[in-house]
Design a protein around this ligand. Structure first.
Ligand code: AMP
Length: 475
């Protein structure tokens, strides 16, 4: 997980980067950072905490420049230490570069050891530093970022959306399968590349399009150019972005996330209608699903849990005990909406089962008679190696339990998970173009000890150079 953004703006980038990171805060709450390049000078500010805690007017004022990158971190690999906070600034052969990355590599260890054998040292335990080392390795030989990204794509295995400020330009690239999202937008005085389109909206910009899998964009004050480095028959967009991770108001790979969730809600009603007085979401992740279910069923949409908006996501709590306590602080039931009633309770997913069990207990103690749980994803049965913090099989409640056993464990009156086919239909991309590893246990890249249907990646001999017009004019 993590959110990234890169901006080129004639009027300065520090404030636009700050607003964009604010819009991407849901993608990571552990730390935030901004790096800005001004001629040859690199400046950065980064720290642990939420965007609002990390920056103040004075730090933003000092980050002067017309090109910059930003990052919010949600750790999947690498310890929670100050060195691991992104973006990273490097100096290489007299030039500075700043880099930020979203995704997870599955061959970091071998790449790291390749460099270590050659005597290179690392300052962090992140994948991002390995990507930077590969880029520097090729820049040393050819001096071309296009070649460096080509080398990266041939060596990296896993998911990576990257923004990079170097030598008077912003570069952005996405792995050959397009696993993690990345999109391009136009603003009044420049361009923005970000993990989700909500960051473009935050700057009153216009979404131009998604960065294509295997594509490298180069953005300067004069506009945008594109190099297609690889081609695949089948992409592998992360299905969990649509289910939970992305904001509902984002458009990812051409699809509005809200629409997907509302359609799933409708299908949940068709697949598992319930005789109930109210349809209640688990806020906020269940809201769009519950609206779809309520519209399809005619049962009134009713808020019965109110979320404390000033708390981070429960998953970032360090221990199981802390997570359990956190659920109670995070949500409070409205007794009047629940007492003596039968409800349909809708959430996006069940991972460990902790949240659902605690919520059901809370709702039952507030007087609910029946709790029919409906879930917007199929059972999550396998870990994610490609960028979502999804625990081991032992911790996943559905990895070794059937639907009835999960129902029993979370103590719902009834339970239904959306069918796999209905989920795919709601997203609208062919199943073969999605990464469904967490649901199917079959991954789009080879992973030691796991089942894979690895996609064939073809490297293009002739890179396709797109002119400025295809990006809606110059900055
Ligand atoms: P639990 O079943 O207790 O593990 O919690 C599942 C809930 O946490 C889901 O309903 C989501 O709203 C949320 N969730 C799911 N996956 C993640 C994740 N990787 N990181 C943070 N929260 C998540």
């Amino acid at each position: 997980m993590c959110g990234i953004v890169g901006i080129v703006d004639a009027g300065g980038v520090s404030h636009p980067l700050y607003y964009a990171l604010y819009a991407l805060q849901h993608r990571g709450q552990e730390s935030a950072g901004i790096s800005v390049i001004n001629g040859d000078r690199l400046r950065k500010h980064k720290a642990q905490g939420l965007v609002a805690e990390v920056f103040d007017p004075e730090t933003l004022r000092r980050l002067e420049g017309q090109i910059g990158v930003g990052h919010v971190r949600y750790p999947t690999t690498g310890a929670n230490t100050p060195e691991n906070i992104q973006p990273f600034n490097f100096r290489f052969m007299g030039k500075g570069f700043a880099i930020a990355h979203n995704g997870n590599l599955v061959n970091t260890r071998e790449l790291r050891s390749y460099f270590e054998q050659a005597g290179q040292i690392f300052c962090t335990t992140t994948d991002t530093e390995v990507i930077a080392a590969l880029i520097a390795d090729e820049l040393r030989r050819s001096g071309s970022i296009e070649d460096a990204v080509r080398l990266c794509m041939s060596r990296l295995r896993g998911s990576y959306s990257v923004v990079l400020a170097y030598d008077g330009a912003l570069y952005a690239f996405r792995d050959p399968l397009g696993i993690k999202p990345l999109c391009l937008g136009r603003t009044a005085r420049g361009h923005i590349v970000a993990s989700e389109s909500v960051a473009i909206d935050a700057l009153s910009g216009t979404l131009v399009r998604d960065v294509r899998p295997g594509e490298l964009l180069r953005i300067t004050g004069d506009g945008v150019s594109s190099t297609r480095i690889t081609k695949v028959d089948r992409t592998a967009h992360c299905i969990f972005e649509y289910i939970y991770f992305a904001r509902a108001d984002s458009v990812i790979d051409g699809v509005l996330v809200y629409d997907v969730r509302r359609k799933i809600g409708k299908r949940l009603h068709e697949e598992a209608p319930a005789d109930a007085d109210a349809v209640c979401p688990v806020p906020d992740s269940g809201t769009a699903y519950a609206i779809g279910y309520a519209q399809a069923s005619g049962v009134p949409f009713t808020e019965s849990l109110i979320k404390n908006r000033y708390m981070g996501r429960t998953f970032i709590m360090p221990s199981q005990a802390a997570r359990e306590q956190a659920v109670r602080i995070k949500m409070n039931p409205i007794r009047k909406h629940l007492d003596g009633r039968s409800i349909v309770l809708i959430d996006d997913s069940i991972v460990r089962g902790t949240t659902s069990r605690r919520i059901i207990q809370m709702i039952r103690s507030a007087g609910a008679r029946e709790i029919h749980m409906r879930i917007g994803s199929p059972p999550i049965r396998a870990p994610c190696y490609l960028g979502v913090d999804m625990p081991t099989r032992e911790e996943l409640i559905a990895s070794c339990r059937d639907e009835e056993q999960v129902r029993d464990s979370v103590t719902a009156t009834s339970l239904h998970y959306i069918s796999f086919d209905a989920l795919i239909e709601a997203i609208g991309h062919p199943c073969d173009n999605l990464c469904t590893g967490c649901l199917s246990g079959c991954y789009p890249v080879a992973i030691d000890g796991e089942h894979a249907r690895a996609r064939e990646v073809e490297f293009l001999d002739e890179t396709l150079q797109l002119g400025l017009d295809s990006f809606g004019g110059t900055a």
